[in-house]
Design a protein around this ligand. Structure first.
Ligand SMILES: [Zn+2]
Length: 231
């Protein structure tokens, strides 16, 4: 439990984020190979599936290039807001990271809802939902502006006093959790888990629904105790 009270340096947090993101991708590739074998056994490994998966990784490649171009400016906005407009000085501790993950998850909910309701948002997010398949490679199917809208939904966290590197770490953790939901290989999990967390079975239902209706049952990390779609 030392992690909760330990004070980290910004560089340590950045290093942890990069390490987690990179190794998660390696694991995702491994899991994707398992999914491919599963489809092969079920005789569902088609040319269409293969082409779609290649397209998914192609969008990821383009997205990484875009991030390389805009990444410094994206981080700069957060650092500027944090340095000049933060209202508290939160320590860079484990507790702060956990609080930030919960708030980043809520920010993701509203961001995702916006992406479905707003024409500009949907113009980029529709790329993710345009695959007829459902596997972990679809999680990496990015629209060209998928980096832009999250900025506005997560900036309030910098004003609250969360260091930008903690915000980026929280964003990555929420995104990686979302990545895990994109699979047909995991059936329904035990009831308590299905009741508390967003799961692959929840996400399968949502990803097959009509775009405008999807946000109504939008979930992020947790199954929210309050139905925010009624707000
Ligand atoms: Zn969506």
């Amino acid at each position: 439990m030392d992690f909760l009270t330990e004070i980290f340096s910004p560089n340590q947090i950045w290093g942890f984020e990069v390490w987690m993101n990179d190794w998660f991708f390696v694991l995702a590739i491994g899991f994707f190979i398992v999914e491919c074998l599963r489809y092969a056994v079920k005789k569902e490994f088609t040319r269409n599936f293969l082409g779609d998966s290649i397209a998914n990784f192609a969008t990821l490649g383009l997205f990484i290039i875009i991030l390389a171009i805009v990444g410094a400016a994206y981080a700069g906005v957060f650092l500027y807001i944090y340095e000049n407009f933060r209202v508290t000085d939160l320590p860079l501790s484990g507790w702060t990271i956990i609080c930030c993950i919960v708030l980043a998850d809520l920010a993701y909910y509203w961001e995702h809802r916006f992406l479905h309701m707003n024409g500009f948002g949907w113009a980029t997010h529709t790329v993710h939902h345009s695959s007829p398949h459902f596997n972990i490679s679809v999680a990496y199917r990015h629209g060209p502006m998928d980096w832009f809208f999250p900025l506005f939904f997560h900036l309030p966290l910098a004003i609250l006093g969360f260091h930008p590197f903690i915000i980026f770490l929280a964003e990555i953790i929420v995104q990686l959790f979302q990545t895990l939901l994109h699979t047909e290989a995991v059936k329904k999990l035990p009831r308590p888990i299905e009741a508390i967390f967003n799961t692959p079975s929840h996400h399968r239902v949502r990803n097959t629904m009509m775009p405008i209706a999807q946000y109504h049952s939008s979930r992020s990390l947790f199954c929210l105790p309050v139905d925010l779609s009624k707000i």
